[in-house]
Design a protein around this ligand. Structure first.
Ligand SMILES: Nc1ncnc2c1ncn2[C@@H]1O[C@H](COP(=O)(O)OP(=O)(O)O)[C@@H](O)[C@H]1O
Ligand SMILES: [Mg+2]
Length: 239
C-alpha cells in the first residue's frame, strides 16, 4: 500500500505529556510530507516540539492521535516487531550527545546494528570498516569514544546510523555540541549522504544551520508555524 513518492506523511499528529496535574501539549495537529530524497530542516526554539516530532518520525515514540505513514506503511497497523523492523530498515539516527556506547571501540559501535540484525561477525566487521573509511576514520577504528574529539565521535555516530543503509537520516541537533569547523564537516557529510539519495531530516534551533537545507519547516509551541524553501542554500554554500 505505497503512498506515492512521500517517504514521510503525517496527518494531524497530536502528542501530550502529563506532568502531575499539568498537561503539556508537545505537538498540535502537525501535518507534513517529506519526499524521498529531500533534505529538510525542522527549525524551532527549545521546547517547540522538535524532538518529540523526530521521535515519532523514527518510531521511537507514538502519537496520541493522527496518522503517520512511513515508507508507505501506516505505523498504527504495525506491531512492535514490525515497528522495530521498519525502524531498523528505514531510519538512521544521530543525536546532539552522539550517544555512542562508551565501553565499545568505535568500530564496535558501528558494527553493532548489523550484529543486532543477525549478520555474521566477519561480514559486519568488513562493512563497518568500509563505512569508517567513508567517514574518514579508518585509523581511529580501535579508539574508545572518550579518545576521540567531538567531531570524530559524531562521525562515528554517522557511520553507525548509515551502516545498515537506511533510506532516512534523522539528525537531532547534530552540531549542537561541536565547534564551528567540526559542525561544518558534519553538515557536509549530511549533504553528501543526501546527494547519494538518502532523505535527510535535520532538527535544529539554529537558523544558520537550517539554511543548509533546501527546505525549512518552522515549529513554534508544538505547531508548524511557517514553511519556506530555499532554491539554493542562503548560507554555508561556500564549499
Ligand atoms: N517526556 C516528557 N515528559 C513531559 N514533557 C515532555 C517530555 N518530553 C518533552 N516534553 C515537553 O514537550 C514539549 C516539547 O519538547 P521537545 O519535543 O523536547 O522540544 P524541542 O526538541 O523542540 O526542544 C516541551 O514543553 C517539553 O517540556
Ligand atoms: Mg530537542
Amino acid at each position: 500500500m505505497k503512498q506515492d513518492n512521500n517517504i514521510i506523511i503525517m496527518k494531524n499528529i497530536n502528542k501530550r505529556y502529563q506532568m502531575g496535574d499539568n498537561e503539556v501539549i508537545a505537538l498540535e495537529n502537525v501535518s507534513l510530507e517529506v519526499g524521498a530524497g529531500e533534505f529538510v530542516a525542522i527549525l524551532g526554539p527549545s521546547g517547540s516540539g522538535k524532538s518529540t516530532l523526530m521521535n515519532i518520525m523514527g518510531c521511537i515514540d507514538t502519537a496520541d492521535s493522527g496518522e503517520y505513514f512511513l515508507a508507505g506503511e501506516n505505523v498504527a497497523d504495525l506491531d512492535d516487531d514490525q515497528l522495530a523492523l521498519i525502524r531498523n530498515r528505514e531510519v538512521g539516527f544521530i543525536f546532539q550527545q552522539f550517544n555512542l556506547l562508551p565501553r565499545y571501540r568505535a568500530i564496535q559501535n558501528v558494527e553493532l546494528p548489523l550484529l543486532l540484525r543477525g549478520m555474521p561477525r566477519d561480514q559486519a566487521r568488513e562493512i563497518a570498516e568500509q563505512v569508517m573509511g567513508q567517514v574518514g576514520l579508518k585509523d581511529r577504528a580501535d579508539h574508545k569514544p572518550s579518545e576521540l574529539s567531538g567531531g570524530q565521535q559524531q562521525r562515528v555516530a554517522i557511520a553507525r546510523a548509515m551502516v545498515g543503509n537506511p533510506s532516512i537520516l534523522l539528525a537531532d541537533e547534530p552540531t549542537g555540541n561541536l565547534d564551528t569547523r567540526s559542525g561544518q564537516e558534519i553538515m557536509g557529510m549530511m549533504k553528501e549522504l543526501n546527494s547519494q539519495g538518502h532523505t535527510v531530516i535535520l532538527i535544529t534551533h539554529d537558523l544558520e544551520v537550517a539554511r543548509m537545507a533546501k527546505r525549512v519547516i518552522r515549529m513554534l509551541d508544538g505547531k508548524i508555524n511557517m514553511e519556506e524553501s530555499y532554491e539554493l542554500p542562503a548560507a554555508g554554500s561556500g564549499r
